[in-house]
Design a binder for this molecule. Structure first.
Ligand code: URA
Length: 212
């Protein structure tokens, strides 16, 4: 099909009410499975030495929203699933508080192997893993991103600003609106942050609900 014929076809679709084209769900699931398989033995950064399970991410392939954390902890390393430890329990509750089930979103992390002792991932580790996350996001094509915590925010948005600065505004990652709130592990350490986190979540919910 020529470019002009394609343009005409897209105009016709738009005229009939179809304003966006999506990758079919089944195609996304297959692409994600292939992507995961291709990288699960990664040795690009030192974190692979402590890896029991590669924590690729989980959720529905055509999720409207992606939730992005920092990196796997002990339970995640054991199970291969993101956010299944104590912070994961709180994340589930945070999402439920805004009427979103864990199963409705896609959850991933900046790094896919556990940093030893749950330390923050180093910049070389984050940089090594970022292309995987970018490709993952490109496959899923979410409409919204919820970023959990300072490390994930600074990595995705490529700056060194504070969490407060990140929380004050909406960002864009790969052209996708991105919201920042506290990491659930930080909320477990400091429950005083739950109130501002709740405000962040409500702002996120407002936008999410318009998309559902
Ligand atoms: N913390 C994260 O950032 N990600 C997980 O998967 C678990 C804890």
């Amino acid at each position: 099909m020529s470019i002009s014929a394609l343009r005409q076809y897209l105009e016709l679709l738009k005229y009939s009410g179809i304003k966006e084209l999506y990758r079919p769900k089944s195609q996304k699931a297959a692409l994600l499975a292939k992507h995961q398989e291709g990288y699960s033995n990664c040795t690009l950064c030192p974190l692979h030495t402590g890896r029991i399970r590669f924590v690729y991410g989980e959720g529905i392939p055509d999720a409207l929203a992606m939730v992005i954390g920092e990196g796997p902890g002990e339970q995640e390393n054991l199970t291969g699933r993101p956010f299944v430890g104590a912070a994961g329990g709180l994340l589930d509750k945070m999402l439920l508080a805004i009427n979103i089930k864990r199963e409705d979103v896609y959850i991933a992390n900046i790094v896919k192997c556990r940093p030893p002792g749950n330390r923050n991932p180093e910049s070389n580790e984050r940089l090594a893993c970022m292309p995987y996350l970018v490709e993952q996001i490109e496959i899923i094509q979410p409409k919204l991103i919820l970023i959990l915590g300072l490390v994930a925010a600074q990595t995705l948005l490529a700056n060194t600003n504070t969490l407060g600065w990140h929380r004050e505004q909406t960002h864009s990652f790969l052209g996708i609106p991105a919201y920042v709130t506290y990491h659930p592990a930080a909320l477990l350490r400091n429950p005083n942050w739950k109130k501002p986190a709740w405000e962040d979540l409500q702002a996120f919910q407002k936008v999410y609900q318009k998309l559902v």
